[in-house]
Design a protein around this ligand. Structure first.
Ligand code: FES
Ligand SMILES: [Fe+2]
Length: 419
């Protein structure tokens, strides 16, 4: 029949009818609520919940891993992270009054300390001991680099706070950076962190140069495990120069990358700064990205400038603009609310994604079996040495393309190992 193309390969061409089913997501990896395997795993680690700059005169309502919470800093400067609903009759503590010590529920005046103990039940008769029997759910917090971290796991399993070397590097200031929400599951956001080939396509070849032109060169890719997680190594040939970009994934939901400012036009020994980014689940289908950034004081950036999300990271552009020049927000959040792994066709460039998911799954299963995830720290052994950096070397091109690829891969590995 004229105008109709006959299917050429059974079930492949015009195979829509045969491919309509959408199986469920991988619940073990992606669900984050209390009591879920993935949720219990994430709760074994300190998680950032809010920037210190966002704690002011009124309490802040938060949702973290499906739990409704309230966060505040009391008159003594202590941070409280409590269950949202008052233990008396459930009024939200977002309407509470922050006091010199703790927070007072607006409804009947019960006052809670930052650890959730009841300090006062003012309407009860003098001598009442009711308050001694009651507690408001609370989580321990600590502050680092302008971020408030919380430990939401079983009290007896609280780990030490992991200190990465990038928190204190001479010449750089660690500063709070951006916080922005993505309407999707946390894991696909982290998948992206170990998927360096997308920097050539999404950020250069397919939607126009979003960083530097050097990103448009296809890289030799490599991935390696590290005690804290894993790294990717992306090595690009740019004439007689070779640019090695290394990024870290720190389990369970942190990664760090160099700023996207490398144009690879001159030789450069190991250079940072980095942006450190957590993907903190709000619930199964919403996630906060929260960042700390190394900033050179010579850049003279205001805190507002440092706090602005990078190009295309957040929902700050019009739909049309995002369709014409899609970026990370669009690529990640459009993989469905929760990406369905059973429908994927993983390719050679997805090795990092496969490794990352294995790290997460191994951690989830360790926790389910009553053990610690491999990356969890029980004691502090000094700063954790990470690998993230840009290096540009002069390396004349090998004539044989295969030998050149080999040279790039070896060079990348050496840089990744700190050589
Ligand atoms: S509901 Fe909070 S004090 Fe009564
Ligand atoms: Fe990206």
């Amino acid at each position: 029949m004229a105008g109709v193309t006959e299917p050429r390969r059974d079930g492949i061409a015009y195979g829509g009818y045969l491919r309509r089913d959408v199986p469920p997501e991988d619940a073990e990896l992606t669900h984050v609520g209390p009591g879920t395997p993935g949720g219990e795993y994430l709760r074994r680690f300190w998680q950032p919940v809010i920037f210190a700059r966002d704690l002011g005169e009124v309490p802040r309502r938060l949702r973290i891993m499906g739990e409704d919470l309230v966060c505040f800093r009391d008159g003594r400067g202590r941070v409280g992270l409590l269950h949202l609903h008052c233990a008396h009759r459930g009024t939200s503590l977002e309407y509470g009054l922050i006091s010199a010590e703790g927070i007072r529920c607006c409804y009947h005046g019960w006052r809670y300390d930052v650890d959730g103990t009841v300090l006062e039940t003012p309407g009860e008769p003098a001598g009442s001991r009711l308050r001694e029997r009651i507690g408001q759910g609370a989580y321990p917090t600590l502050e680092h680099g302008g971020l408030i971290f919380a430990y939401m796991g079983p009290p007896a399993r609280r780990p030490v706070f992991p200190r990465y070397d990038v928190y204190a590097l001479p010449g750089w200031h660690l500063q709070p950076a951006a916080r922005f929400e993505l309407p999707c599951n946390w894991l696909q956001i982290k998948d992206n962190s170990m998927d360096p080939v997308h920097t050539s396509f999404l950020h250069a070849i397919s939607s126009g140069y979003q960083f530097t032109e050097a990103f448009g060169a296809l890289a030799e890719l490599d991935w390696e495990e590290r005690p804290y997680g894993m790294i990717y190594i992306a090595t690009r040939r740019i004439g007689d120069l070779v640019w090695v970009r290394v990024a870290d994934f720190m389990a369970p939901n942190v990664h760090q990358f160099t700023r996207e400012i490398e144009d690879a036009t001159t030789e450069k020994s190991a250079s940072r700064p980095v942006v450190i980014r957590w993907a903190v689940p709000i619930d199964d289908t919403h996630t906060w990205n929260m960042e700390l950034a190394q900033v050179d004081p010579a850049w003279k950036l205001t805190p507002e400038q440092v706090g602005r999300p990078g190009f295309g990271q957040s929902d700050d552009r019009s739909y049309e603009e995002r369709q014409r020049h899609p970026a990370d927000f669009d690529a990640q959040s459009s993989q469905r609310e929760i990406a369905v792994h059973a429908l994927e066709h993983l390719a050679s460039t997805d090795r990092g994604v496969i490794m990352l998911r294995k790290i997460v799954r191994d951690g989830i299963r360790a926790v389910a079996a009553g053990r610690d995830p491999r990356e969890l720290l029980r004691e502090s052994r000094g700063p954790i040495r990470t690998a993230c950096q840009d290096v540009v070397l002069r390396l004349p091109q090998e004539k044989d393309p295969e030998a050149d690829q080999q040279l790039l891969r070896e060079t990348g590995r050496k840089v990744g190992r700190g050589g």
